[in-house]
Design a protein around this ligand. Structure first.
Ligand code: ADP
Length: 349
């Protein structure tokens, strides 16, 4: 019964026990030494003892509990977060200890979760820094190699000097791509994207991107078209520039990893509140085992092919970041030998 008792109940039972004991002793004394019991003073004294001890106990308990609880709250609320409890007073009718116990175990669980997520973040950060330096190393070493060879005499060798300079430039460009992509990711992560900034026609934007990537597409004799029956104009809401970046990355990938003389088809589907935009190629496709990792930073299915194509391995990661910043989704499906389709949604205007 006293398991979840409040200070009032504890004080009440303790005082009642003391007063009861006093009453019992008095009655026994009265019976043994006097012939007759004088009830009125005994009852009055018992009541006074009960009242005084109740008040003393209540006061002492409250002071004691209040001090202890204040200490506990001070330690668990180190960030001066608003506490539910008003520390200027202890609610005498409630199960204070039970409540504190609950709050402390909630606090401990929160702390454990916080530590766990910090550990994950720290591991992720370490891995990311490792990846970045690894990715930067390759072009830096190549660049150094070509420049040193040129310095040591190749500069005057007409047969190779231009070739080496061009390779050095290519590596410098790769470095630039990686740094620009990292910059783009950090900008998106720091929330500098206004995802409701523009209302624009998505088909017109795709047409612009088709023009923009024309040269790369021509090199691979790729055909960039809209899918018949799914080529209606739609107005969507988003950050036009970053959606352009998404389309450039997806369309360039379809050209880079599609087949020679392949076709990239873009289609739009009306999904009530959203528009689904799909970019499909008829290239080699991607093995199922790679699909869950495709949007990870620096993940490449075929490293040498990606490097050769000048990729940083960050393109799809940027795409995912942008789409998620718009609170939309992106997915990929692919069949080995038949091609890949990347689809993302945007809010309809
Ligand atoms: P990058 O192209 O710079 O390597 P991405 O993040 O754009 O990096 O793509 C990651 C990997 O996904 C690529 O290296 C490639 O292996 C694979 N990939 C992307 N798009 C396609 C596609 N349309 N068809 C086949 N593979 C693709």
């Amino acid at each position: 019964m006293l398991k979840n008792a409040s200070p009032r109940i504890i004080s009440f039972y303790t005082s009642a026990t003391i007063a009861g004991f006093f009453l019992l002793v008095n009655v026994l004394f009265g019976l043994i030494f006097n012939d007759e019991l004088i009830w009125l003073p005994i009852v009055l004294q018992t009541l006074i003892i009960f009242l005084v001890s109740y008040l003393v106990f209540l006061y002492a308990l409250t002071r004691y509990i209040y001090r202890k609880i204040k200490l506990i709250y001070k330690s668990i609320h180190k960030f001066k977060r608003a506490t539910k409890k008003n520390l200027n007073a202890v609610d005498l009718s409630s199960d204070i200890i039970g409540e504190v116990e609950q709050e402390v175990s909630q606090w401990a669980a929160d702390q454990a979760m916080e530590i766990e997520s910090l550990k994950t973040l720290e591991a992720y950060r370490r891995e990311f820094i490792g990846n970045v330096s690894h990715e930067l190393k390759t072009p830096i070493f190549s660049l150094q190699g070509y420049l040193h060879t040129l310095m040591e005499g190749a500069l005057y060798d007409e047969k190779i000097n231009m070739k080496y300079v061009k390779r050095a430039v290519k590596n410098a460009e790769r470095l630039q791509t990686i740094v620009e992509d990292l910059d783009a990711i950090s900008k998106i992560e720091s929330g500098q994207l206004d995802t409701e900034a523009d209302v624009f026609d998505i088909k017109m934007l795709v047409e612009e991107v088709f023009d923009e990537v024309e040269i790369q597409a021509a090199e691979n004799k790729s055909n960039l078209i809209f899918k018949e029956g799914a080529n209606t104009n739609f107005n969507v809401i988003g950050d036009r520039n970053s959606i352009r970046q998404v389309l450039v990355n997806l369309i360039i990938n379809s050209v880079k990893y599609g087949k020679y003389e392949g076709t990239t088809k873009v289609s739009f589907y009306d999904m009530d509140k959203y528009i689904l935009i799909e970019v499909a190629d008829n290239g080699d496709g991607i093995d199922q085992e790679h699909l869950p990792h495709l949007f990870d930073r620096f993940y490449r299915v075929d490293r040498s092919r990606s490097r050769h194509a000048g990729g940083s391995g960050l393109g799809l990661s940027i795409v995912k970041h942008i789409i998620e910043a718009h609170k939309q989704t992106i997915n990929v499906r692919s069949t080995k030998g038949a091609g890949s389709t990347f689809g993302f949604t945007l809010a309809k205007a």
